[in-house]
Ligand binder design. Sequence first.
Ligand code: MN
Ligand code: MN
Ligand code: MN
Length: 287
Amino acid sequence: MRETAAVDLHLHSLASDGRLSPAELVRHAASRGVRHLALTDHDTTAGVAEAAEAAVAAGVGFVAGIELSAAWRGRGIHVLGLSIDPDAVALRAGIGRLHGFRLERAERIATRLEAARAPGRAALKAVLAMTALPTRTHFARALVDLGAARDASEAFDRLLRRGRPGYVASEWPEVAEVTGWIVAAGGAAVLAHPLRYALSNGARRELAREFREAGGRGVEVATGGASAAQVAEAATLATRTGLEGSAGSDFHDPAIAWNPPGRLAKLPPSIRPVWASPPFPRDFGCS
Ligand code: MN
Ligand code: MN
Ligand code: MN
């Protein structure tokens, strides 16, 4: 369980809220023993070309990816697109809409933080200096830099989380629509970190079934920091809803110890790996 897995299909770079450039990320993952990877930044493929080039140099397998923001029954849900064509028209149009949502949401978060006497305007200014594509992680970092929170997790718990003053209800496009963009881009759609959503088991299965009907291929079964019981639970979800399995650490930052690239459980033998068939290259995942 703690040896490095060869396949890690959920990694972030500076193109979204990761800490490493795309090339540094690929070298970091390769140095840890990852042999096949995907770059999956939030709502952007801006880092993909640089990562692909670094992967060739490092001799590791690479597919273009993205982690798209979506909504289901009013909850924020993340859908991974793996082995996508980043230039596909439907995907580009969808990403454009998500960028609009992100900028608008950042404005609203800032306004709400100000109303709660937190430095929302200053945080927004800092966030927009960090990125063209604001995430809540960027807000958390800005609030820490401004002395409004001790660390990022406190910023989330006190200010940014659902039920907190800076929370803005997500108005992302529906899961089925976002999944359609990935399918249109020739990619495999994977439901990210399925146990992280505050849903009952029954609702989680309904989400997974609707996702599959919309063209979804898999669900993340091996995730960063997951216990054996959590891997088993996600595997059961995959089996009961007819989805394949994926593996991804959700790595963002070398200073965060719990989810380095490749620290992942093996997929249970009953689970078919999403990377074993097209659109993944033929030898993907074989070391
Ligand atoms: Mn993130
Ligand atoms: Mn996510
Ligand atoms: Mn992620």
